[in-house]
Design a protein around this ligand. Structure first.
Ligand code: ADP
Length: 458
């Protein structure tokens, strides 16, 4: 998939300039000039047949003046259009020359047509040395041209990951090198065609992501180490408090404090687990183990675990399934449990007293997917918060007021799990009326992504 916003913008601005150039060349004022000239000549012809010599002379003079002034107007417009052309060309030039990314343009025979200053600096090759040169894969044997050859022919690079589909443009590939130094590049290739659509060559934008990726890696390494370190003392504290809480010899007043401390330590553990999951997701190593599963049995099992606690807070959970049996789906039961439990627990936590949660499973009409929806009768989600729901650490003001505890990581993890199954997740809600969370799961295993997506892939 194409995901590099910066490069997307650059390509869009180049495309925009080309369109504007075309618009200038087809200005309506040019057509108006020719129309005036034609009308004047026509009037002159008609007058010559029907009028006296005196009137003819007068009209002739007027017409000559008209022609001269429209010629001047035409020249003025043409000069104006030329000026605008120059401004547009300079704008394009400034963008290309100011680009931090390398830009290489070559024709269908791999003859280099353009090499911007950023490319000269990055590849340590002067434009004059290679412009007009027909680039060959063998150039990879020349230490000076090796990197450029691997960029023009990415199959020569040691590690290549394609981010776009076969034959899809712009083509996006990530190439990485570890020798002599670590280098991570994103190469975006777009075809260059003439007005008639004839392919003239290709344009490559080379974005150096080495520093970006190293920042992502060290952030996620920090998160993993910190949550690992926190997990074991937090588990010990939670275990000690639970043991003390079970001791009947402890006074009632102390018991209340102990209960609160145990609840807080359990919440702390939950946050640490969530942080650990986020770190693994962002590194693309959450680890999925897919197996054929009967979805109704799977959901019934989870409801069995959640319903008793929900009943305690006055919320009833129902399951609505179709009469006909549903086909099996291929899921990672552990990860999907995490996702579904999070949606269900939210449905209970953000509910009202005597509220309900209804889980529905059905087949999506004319599509190879099953849909699971979880409807609650709770506090709902403000309209302005709907697009932030699946963001990391997001919690709505309404939810914070109703439930002080929460990490805002649950739905982020849930979305990532559903996407790793090849499904989609979305929500609908009305404040003070309730919410519905929907997700789909493919019935066709070909629709499950083969690899996990990491933060580096985005
Ligand atoms: P947490 O529940 O720990 O805050 P989540 O990521 O699970 O984190 O949810 C993020 C936010 O989405 C919640 O804080 C809440 O604002 C909103 N939300 C999620 N589910 C519901 C729901 N069923 N009803 C109302 N708000 C919800």
């Amino acid at each position: 998939m194409f995901n590099d916003d910066q490069s997307k913008q650059k390509i869009a601005s180049l495309g925009g300039i080309t369109t504007r150039l075309k618009n200038i060349l087809s200005w309506p004022e040019f057509r108006i000039f020719w129309l005036i000239l034609f009308l004047l000549l026509l009037t002159f012809g008609v007058s010559a047949v029907f009028l006296t010599p005196k009137w003819l002379l007068l009209i002739q003079g007027g017409l000559v003046l008209g022609i001269i002034s429209s010629a001047f107007a035409g020249m003025y417009l043409s000069a104006k259009s030329e000026r605008e052309n120059i401004i547009e060309r300079n704008e394009l030039r400034n963008i290309i020359f100011g680009l931090e990314d390398s830009l290489v343009v070559y024709d269908t025979d791999f003859k280099i047509l353009f090499f911007n200053p950023a490319a000269e600096k990055f590849f340590n090759v002067k434009a004059a040395e290679i412009l007009g040169n027909q680039f060959q894969p063998q150039y990879a044997d020349d230490p000076k041209l090796k990197l450029l050859a691997q960029v023009i022919f990415p199959s020569l690079a040691p590690a290549v990951i394609s981010r776009s589909g076969a034959g899809e443009y712009p083509q996006v590939v990530d190439v990485s090198f570890s020798d002599p130094k670590v280098l991570n590049l994103r190469i975006i290739t777009s075809p260059v065609s003439d007005e008639g659509g004839r392919l003239l060559g290709f344009m490559k934008i080379v974005h150096n992501r080495t520093r970006e990726l190293s920042a992502i890696r060290s952030k996620s390494e920090f998160l993993t180490i910190a949550s690992h370190q926190l997990r074991s003392p937090a588990t010990d504290v939670s275990w000690a408090l639970e043991t003390l809480n079970a001791d009947d010899s402890i006074k009632d007043t102390s018991k209340k404090i102990l209960e609160a401390a145990f609840k807080a330590s359990s919440e702390l553990l939950r946050i640490i687990e969530d942080l650990l999951s986020v770190a693994k997701i962002e590194e693309g190593r959450f680890g999925y183990d897919f197996k054929q599963t009967n979805i109704v049995e799977f959901i019934t099992g989870i409801l069995g675990q959640i319903s008793p606690a929900a009943r305690k807070v006055g919320v009833k959970i129902y399951l609505d399934t179709p009469k006909v049996p549903l086909p099996e789906v291929v899921v990672d039961a552990q990860k999907l449990t995490l996702a579904l439990k999070n949606i269900l627990e939210n449905g209970v936590r953000y509910n009202v007293e005597n509220g309900e949660v209804v889980v529905k499973v059905e087949k999506v009409e004319n599509q190879p997917y099953l849909e699971v929806s979880v409807r609650d009768t709770g506090i709902g989600i403000p309209r302005g918060d709907m697009d932030k729901l699946f963001n990391k650490f997001f919690r709505s003001e309404l939810a914070i007021k109703a439930q002080t505890e929460g990490s805002g990581l649950g739905l982020y993890i849930t979305r990532s799990v559903i996407q790793a199954h090849g499904g989609r997740i979305w929500a609908e809600s009305e404040e003070n009326r309730g919410s519905v969370f929907h997700f789909t799961l493919p019935m066709d295993t070909n629709l499950i992504p083969r690899h996990e997506i990491s933060a580096e892939d985005i």
